[in-house]
Ligand binder design. Structure first.
Ligand code: URA
Length: 239
């Protein structure tokens, strides 16, 4: 990769501004000053420094966020805050995007990456990646609902869902449940409950494929996935 592109990608300025930085002699590759913007570097093998500080470069970034309510799962929006706005600038420079969507009022596990290939595999309807949600329902959830969800329910547009695994954690005039689904239709959990005449009043995603939400993350906080977690995701081949 060209050195000016690498530095621009990392947020050191526009290609033009980076040219100026290079001219000033503040960039070295393997301890040799590089002034030519066209010079190619391999950031995985060569040591690039800026004013003596080693520049850490990675092609891909993988983040897990505990999405707070009130924030959009989008990269930009002219009115609302997005999950990208919650990222530090030195993570934003990698241009990550959310892997799928959570509704504005939904909380919990959201992956963000710039690895389009992995995101595509996790979202592919063919892969049936399971996602588990915790929800509070406005009424009593019953054994009949478990059976109905286990068969698949008909949504408002006539679509019949794949079977979902419903577990009642607490039943009453308000119920706590967990639901695992392998699809990602628009508002799916809310619409599945509407199909049995009930409403979701709180929704939080707890898992995506092999990854559980890191419960040490406060709402709005995020962290990079560990190498092991990235490997788990890559090896994960749900069918
Ligand atoms: N199902 C929903 O209804 N909303 C979400 O945000 C995720 C799944």
């Amino acid at each position: 990769m060209r050195i000016d592109k690498l530095l621009a990608n990392l947020g050191y300025g526009s290609r033009k501004e980076v040219k100026g930085l290079l001219k000033s002699g503040s960039v070295k590759v393997n301890d040799v000053v590089v002034k030519d913007a066209k010079q190619h570097v391999d950031p995985n093998k060569e040591i690039v420094t800026f004013n003596g500080e080693v520049i850490e470069y990675k092609e891909f970034i993988y983040l897990m966020m505990n999405k707070p309510p009130g924030v959009l799962s989008a990269t930009e929006d002219h009115r609302d805050e997005t999950v990208i706005d919650l990222l530090e600038l030195n993570d934003q420079v990698y241009e990550p995007f959310p892997v799928g969507r959570l509704d504005k009022d939904t909380e919990g596990l959201l992956l963000l990456t710039n690895d389009g290939h992995l995101a595509h595999r996790l979202l592919s309807p063919k892969k049936h990646v399971p996602k588990t949600y915790f929800a509070v329902i406005d009424s009593e959830v019953t054994e009949e609902d478990i059976i109905a969800f286990g068969k698949g329910v008909t949504l408002d547009d006539g679509y019949v869902t794949k079977p979902g695994e419903l577990t009642i954690l607490k039943s009453g005039i308000r119920s706590d449940i967990e639901l695992t689904i392998t699809e990602g239709k628009f508002h799916q959990v809310k619409r599945m409950f509407e199909a049995v005449g009930k409403n979701v009043v709180y929704l939080k995603r707890m898992t995506m494929g092999p990854l559980p939400l890191d419960e040490t993350l406060e709402l709005g906080e995020y962290r990079e996935l560990t190498d092991e977690e990235v490997e788990l995701l890559k090896e994960y081949q749900a069918e």
